[in-house]
Design a protein around this ligand. Structure first.
Ligand code: LLP
Length: 420
């Protein structure tokens, strides 16, 4: 019952329920996930190569909901972790130590020791951290993250390689010599190498070129058994403008040819990882919110909602675009589109979900659906202004919704105060 439902209708997102029913049953704002789409995206990534040692290492930072992690595991993906919390949740989801890769950055010796004690292979991203790991894992295996010197990403804040970032070890000869000396000093074996150039590419070229570069580094060490090319596979956030999708067939052709050709030439029998987060979970997640107020201020039409940056930070943090659909109980919004600025309920003027967005004339009581919110949505939410984090619901393969994380309660906020 809405005029902007082309996308979710086309993919049957809501199954046997509707946005209105979901908000009535589970409250607002609400994260809603589609099991069917999640499983499809896992399979899309696995199909990128049929090479025997090819693994999809889901980057859990994008979404760590326990029920979603279990589905990802059922689909045969492995997982990364970058904090003790992510290790904990990944293990609870049933991943075994050999299925969890610790890809961390600037962490304490105690944290490295914790990852080692869980039996995980740890990737360090500086020679200083390599030395620290050597102290807690003498004689053990290690993985090193390199900086291939080329970065990519939808925003400067998510470009994670190149000279202007904090990530990775410089692959120059001098630096590699130092690396070998540290390995020898702690009798450690360089079991793996990895990189992550940045987030959200829609053309495979840069990724494949960086992968090629990492393989040239791998050839300099005969102990490498795990080569991890990183994530960054983009999704089309502008579905209403028919933004093209990443061409999976072309990406598969390039990637598969690269790794099978290189393995044949070098006799490599180890594993290859790709590490997508966003591609796996972004599109299977949608954020529902409610319109509580509308007003004109000068030339601007404001739509006031419960969708503040405490719930979804991406638009405020990266100027990120998320498509928005309008749902109206017992009716259909007018088909004509008008520029409207969708804002949240946080006490900051920058609390803007969408600026001058063309939408049907929105009214109080309407429900908005913010698309592609499954990645870095709930995961980056906060309790700013002491607002409670939303609930999460999964629409199962039977089309029925099921609560997979309860809404926070006031007692959750108070639980951390020793003086309460
Ligand atoms: N591997 C490593 C080491 C990473 O740092 C990341 C993401 C990934 C894999 C997965 O990247 P993906 O496939 O999801 O692009 N919060 C930002 C994105 C930050 C990504 C950080 N690292 C956003 O909402 O756009």
């Amino acid at each position: 019952p809405n005029v902007r439902s082309t996308h979710t209708d086309a993919v049957g997102f809501f199954g046997r329920t509707t946005p209105e029913e979901l908000v009535a049953a589970f409250g607002s704002p609400l994260y809603v996930y589609s099991e069917a789409l999640l499983r499809k995206r896992c399979r899309d990534m696995k199909a990128l190569s049929s090479h025997p040692g090819f693994f999809v290492n889901y980057s859990a930072k994008a979404n760590t909901n326990l029920s979603l992690l279990r589905i990802v595991r059922e689909e045969g993906l492995v997982v990364d972790a970058m904090s003790p919390g992510e290790i904990h949740v990944n293990k609870a989801a049933g991943f075994t130590p050999d299925q969890i890769l610790y890809v961390c950055n600037n962490v304490s010796e105690a944290e490295l020791a914790n990852a080692v004690s869980h039996g995980l292979l740890v990737s360090v991203d500086s020679l200083s951290q390599l030395d620290t790991l050597g102290r807690v894992n003498r004689g053990g295996k290690v993985m090193v993250r390199f900086n291939p010197g080329i970065g990519a990403g939808h925003h400067q804040k998510v470009v994670t390689a190149g000279k202007a970032t904090k990530f990775g070890v410089d692959p120059s000869d001098a630096s590699l010599a130092e690396l070998r000396a540290i390995l020898a000093g702690h009798e450690m074996t360089l079991t793996g190498i990895n990189q992550h150039i940045g987030s959200l590419f829609l053309e495979p070229e840069g990724y494949v070129a960086a992968a090629d570069f990492l393989l040239s580094v791998a050839e300099k060490f005969d102990t490498v058994e795990v080569i991890d090319f990183g994530g960054g596979f983009g999704i089309p956030y502008r579905k209403y403008e028919d933004q093209p999708r990443l061409d999976l067939a072309a990406t598969a052709e390039r990637l598969h040819a690269l790794i099978s050709g290189w393995s044949e030439r070098t006799g490599y029998k180890g594993r290859f990882y790709i590490e997508p987060g966003r591609y796996v979970v972004a599109e299977c997640g949608l954020l529902l919110g409610t319109v509580h107020a509308t007003k004109n201020n000068g030339p601007t039409r404001y739509v006031g909602t419960d969708l503040g940056f405490n719930v979804l930070a991406r638009p405020v943090m990266y100027d990120a675009h998320h498509d928005i659909e309008v749902y109206r109980t017992g009716g259909s919004p007018d088909a004509a589109l008008h520029p409207q600025t969708v804002v949240g309920n946080i006490c900051e003027s920058g609390d803007i979900m969408a600026k001058e967005r063309l939408l049907p004339a929105v009214q109080e009581g309407d429900i908005l659906g913010v698309l592609d919110a499954g990645a870095y949505g709930y995961a980056m939410s906060s309790t700013y202004n002491q607002r409670l984090r939303p609930a999460e619901v999964l629409i199962g393969l039977d089309g029925q919704p099921r609560l997979i994380r309860r809404r926070e309660e006031l007692s959750d906020l108070m639980a951390l105060f020793p003086d309460a």
